[in-house]
Design a protein around this ligand. Structure first.
Ligand SMILES: NC(=O)c1ccc[n+]([C@@H]2O[C@H](COP(=O)([O-])OP(=O)(O)OC[C@H]3O[C@@H](n4cnc5c(N)ncnc54)[C@H](OP(=O)(O)O)[C@@H]3O)[C@@H](O)[C@H]2O)c1
Length: 239
C-alpha cells in the first residue's frame, strides 16, 4: 500500500529511562523513531496514557489518519513498584502499567488490518521477574508473568499477519533515571550490591538491550523467543 510515513521504530514508553535511550540509539543509527509517553520530552512524539483505552483509540486513529505506521513496535512502558498500601491495589496498578499498556495498543491495532500489514515485529521489554524461580515482589512478578503469557499467545496469533513476536527479559538496568541510581549512598555500596547480585558484577545497560532488539529485528526466523539478558542474575535470587 502507499503509506506516506512508514517509520522504522515506535517505542511505547519513550520519555525517560530505557525507552529514551533506545530512541536515541535508533536515531543515531539512522533508524527513524517515534515515541509515545504521558509526558513531553525530546523523545516523546505522541502524548498518550497507554493504560487508558480511549486514549489509545485516539492515538491509533491519529496514526491512521496521518498515514503514520512503524515497522517495529517496542512495548517498553512499565512500572516496577506501586506505593499503594494493599496488595490488590498494587497489583491492579502494576497490571494496568505493565500489561494493559501493551494489550490496549494491540487489541485496537487489530481493528486496522491495512496498518497491520506494515508492522513486522512486536518486541516486549519484560523482566527476569517473569521467570518462575526468580524472586521479586509478588505483584510485579504476577504482572510481568501475565505479560509473558500474553506475548506467547500473540506470537502464534500474529503469524497470520506476518508479525514476529518476541520478548527481552532484562535483569537490573542502569540508566539516567534508574531506580538503582537512588538506592546506594556511595560507589562502594553499589559495588557490593553488584558483587552480591550480578554474576558478571555489572549492570545491564540500554546499549545491551538495544543490541538484542537489533538482533531480533534482523533475524527473520526468530519467533516466540525470550532473550534473558541478565548476565546470569536469574540463576541467583536475591534474599
Ligand atoms: N529498570 C530496571 O531495572 C528494569 C529491569 C527489567 C525490566 N524493566 C522494564 O523495562 C521497562 C522500562 O523500564 P525503565 O526502568 O526505563 O522505567 P522508567 O524509567 O520508569 O520509564 C518508563 C517509561 O514508560 C512510560 N510509561 C509508563 N507508563 C505509561 C503509560 N501508562 N502510558 C504511556 N507511557 C507510559 C514512561 O513515561 P511517562 O511517565 O512520561 O508516561 C517512561 O517513558 C519497563 O517495562 C520495566 O518493567 C526495567
Amino acid at each position: 500500500m502507499q503509506y506516506s510515513k512508514i517509520s522504522d521504530i515506535l517505542i511505547l514508553g519513550s520519555s525517560k529511562g530505557l525507552g529514551k535511550d533506545l530512541y536515541n540509539l535508533f536515531e543515531s543509527d539512522n533508524l527513524n523513531s517515534l515515541g509515545v509517553a504521558r509526558t513531553e520530552s525530546n523523545t516523546t512524539d505522541f502524548l498518550c496514557d497507554l493504560s487508558i483505552k480511549n486514549e489509545v483509540e485516539k492515538l491509533i486513529e491519529l496514526f491512521h489518519s496521518s498515514e503514520i505506521m512503524p515497522k517495529n513496535i517496542i512495548f517498553n512502558a512499565g512500572q516496577g513498584s506501586s506505593n499503594k498500601e494493599k496488595f490488590e491495589d498494587r497489583k491492579e496498578e502494576l497490571m494496568k502499567q505493565n500489561l494493559y499498556t501493551s494489550k490496549n495498543f494491540i487489541e485496537i491495532l487489530k481493528e486496522y488490518p491495512t496498518e497491520l500489514q506494515i508492522v513486522e515485529n512486536f518486541i516486549f521489554i519484560n523482566s527476569i521477574c517473569a521467570l518462575e524461580n526468580f524472586k521479586c515482589s509478588e505483584e510485579y512478578k504476577q504482572t510481568k508473568s501475565a505479560l509473558l503469557n500474553y506475548s506467547r499467545i500473540l506470537a502464534k496469533d500474529f503469524l497470520e499477519y506476518g508479525i514476529r513476536v518476541n520478548s527481552i527479559l532484562p535483569g537490573n538496568i542502569m540508566h539516567e533515571n534508574s531506580v538503582w541510581n537512588r538506592k546506594f549512598k556511595d560507589k562502594k555500596e553499589e559495588i557490593t550490591f553488584l558483587n552480591n547480585t550480578m554474576p558478571n558484577k555489572t549492570w545491564i545497560f540500554p546499549e545491551d538491550i538495544y543490541k538484542a532488539i537489533r538482533f531480533l529485528i534482523e533475524n527473520k526466523n526468530i519467533v516466540n523467543t525470550e532473550i534473558i539478558l541478565d548476565g546470569g542474575q536469574n540463576l541467583f535470587s536475591p534474599d
